[in-house]
Design a protein around this ligand. Structure first.
Ligand SMILES: Nc1ncnc2c1ncn2[C@@H]1O[C@H](COP(=O)(O)OP(=O)(O)OP(=O)(O)O)[C@@H](O)[C@H]1O
Ligand SMILES: [Mg+2]
Length: 494
């Protein structure tokens, strides 16, 4: 804590004209800076102000009523520009107004004024992107996150509060408390208090039952840009037909991934490339299921579309968030959409690729990455070079035996008895079908049977399959292209 305070003191003393603070913990920052100025009384004391659009400008170091007339963003800036006295102006949630060129210019006027004016603008928001013309004039300050000890203390305090308002004490299972403290790493003080309150207030106890909800709530708290999604739907190996080699690979590494022996680099992840609808996404879900970790999905295509120009920063944020959620599986679906080079935007793609590769190489193994790709030809060579991922698997069309297994799985899933169907005949009739097409066939045949008022039988299924022209036939060339790309690069997943 001491360190944080000193950092802030140093930044303020350096008289950098703009300070940027990205935090959800506005109260804590205000406490920190007020403590520093009011109680610390530094040698270069300056008056301290706080501004919000709803309350205007207010002096914090002495008791003065808010000056409401200064509420509009441009007015407060004009005011600061015109008073040539020293001062520290903390502007809360000013970020939306920085898209206005007039405000940007006013901020710059203040920032480039002679140093003797000794004015500092401190922008405090949950997220803030300074326009490029202001960046050279600014310093960033980060509030440190609470450590284990501090989180434990916050939880204790919440428990004391609860006990003060309710009869009895909080029943705390020591093991659950320890896990709670651990699981709340990466969450700021407000967040820790809020999540601890949620865990305690329902039943006056901290038990193992609280933990899954805490994980979910933590995910929601951290995922403020909505680019990582929390996937509830995990699979088991039994849900996946075929892919024997992939299953074996994961089984052999399950232990090491969760608990790497000292000195050994734990596996960081794998890439699944292959034919559409053959179970890549399903295998990603099964990986999380088998490793017993929560699954976070990162949509690369959306990262590009939504945050054009900020892609790299957003990616870094997403990866940092995944690390905060560790241990977890990070599933990057359609990785080629975000990393493919050769489009008009190759500068960004390169940088994003660079950031991603650096992260992949440096992260400590708490995040196991499963990347999936369809259009493998678009994958940049750097990504598929040996040593990036622990293994590259090629997911091909299922063979006869696997098709039979897949049919079995999906019939069972719909509560039908596989033995009452002629599955080997169906497996023969479905050469070239993907797993997805087999599943689709079952669904379509079921509807037909239902419309006929009959129970689903082999006849319905066969006629449905005979009617279907699988994608692998329609796009034979693409499949051949995929296979030749994979040859020598990938290990067959089956
Ligand atoms: N090997 C398999 N075993 C069982 N079901 C499968 C298999 N392959 C595909 N399926 C079924 O087809 C559905 C779609 O497959 P999935 O989404 O995993 O394929 P994909 O390879 O990710 O396809 P895409 O390239 O379109 O993303 C799965 O949810 C599952 O129901
Ligand atoms: Mg998929």
């Amino acid at each position: 804590m001491v360190e944080t305070r000193q950092d802030l003191a140093v930044i303020l003393a350096s008289r950098v004209p703009i300070v940027v603070v990205e935090t959800h913990d506005e109260t804590r920052f205000l406490d920190l800076i007020t403590g520093l100025i009011v109680r610390g009384r530094p040698t270069d004391y300056r008056p301290l102000f706080r501004w919000t659009v709803t309350t205007g400008l207010q002096r914090l170091d002495i008791d003065l009523a808010p000056q409401l007339h200064n509420a509009p963003p441009d007015q407060v800036l004009r005011h600061v520009r015109s008073v040539e006295d020293p001062g520290i102006y903390v502007l809360l949630d000013f970020h939306p107004y920085l898209s206005d060129p007039v405000n940007v210019r006013l901020v710059k006027d203040i920032a480039v004024a002679p140093r003797e004016h000794r004015r500092t603008l401190v922008f405090v928001s949950h997220g803030i992107e300074l326009p490029p013309e202001l960046q050279p004039l600014a310093a960033r300050f980060e509030l440190s996150l609470p450590d284990d000890e501090e989180r434990r203390e916050i939880i204790r305090e919440v428990a004391r509060d609860w006990a003060a308002q309710n009869p009895g004490r909080v029943k705390a299972d020591p093991k659950a408390v320890k896990l709670l403290v651990q699981n709340l790493s990466g969450v700021d003080r407000d967040g820790v208090a809020r999540l601890a309150r949620a865990a305690i207030h329902d039943d006056g106890a901290i038990t193992a039952c609280d933990l899954p909800d805490v994980a979910k709530a933590k995910y929601e708290l951290l995922n403020r840009h909505g680019l990582l999604s929390f996937e509830y739907d995990l699979a088991r190996f039994a849900d996946v037909g075929g892919l024997g080699r992939l299953k074996q690979w994961l089984t052999e590494r399950r232990r090491v991934v969760s608990d790497p022996p000292p000195g050994l680099d734990p596996p960081r992840g794998l890439l699944l490339a292959g034919v559409q609808g053959c179970g890549k996404s399903l295998a990603a879900r099964a990986t999380a299921g088998v490793l017993g970790r929560p699954l976070l999905r990162l949509d690369f295509a959306a990262l590009y579309d939504k945050y054009h120009g900020e892609t790299e920063r957003r990616l870094r944020e997403c990866l940092a968030q995944a690390e905060l959620m560790a241990p977890c599986v990070l599933w990057i679906d359609e990785i080629e959409k975000g990393l493919a080079t050769g489009d008009g935007d190759s500068g960004t793609s390169r940088r994003v690729l660079g950031s991603f590769l650096t992260w992949l190489a440096e992260q400590q193994g708490g995040v196991f990455v499963v990347a999936t790709a369809n259009e493998v030809q678009r994958l940049p060579p750097e990504l598929v070079r040996k040593g990036r991922f622990d293994e590259l698997f090629f997911v091909d069309l299922p063979d006869g035996e696997t098709r039979q297994k897949i049919l079995e799985i999906h019939l069972k899933k719909r509560e039908m008895e596989p033995k009452s169907f002629d599955l080997s005949r169906m497996a023969q009739a479905t050469e070239g079908f993907s797993g997805a097409e087999l599943e689709q066939g079952i669904v379509a045949a079921w509807y037909t049977a239902h419309a006929d008022g009959a129970a689903l039988g082999s006849g319905h299924l066969l006629s449905e399959f005979l009617r279907t022209r699988p994608l692998s036939v329609v796009m034979a060339e693409r499949v051949a292209g995929l296979r030749s790309w994979a040859d020598g690069r990938c290990v067959p997943a089956a």
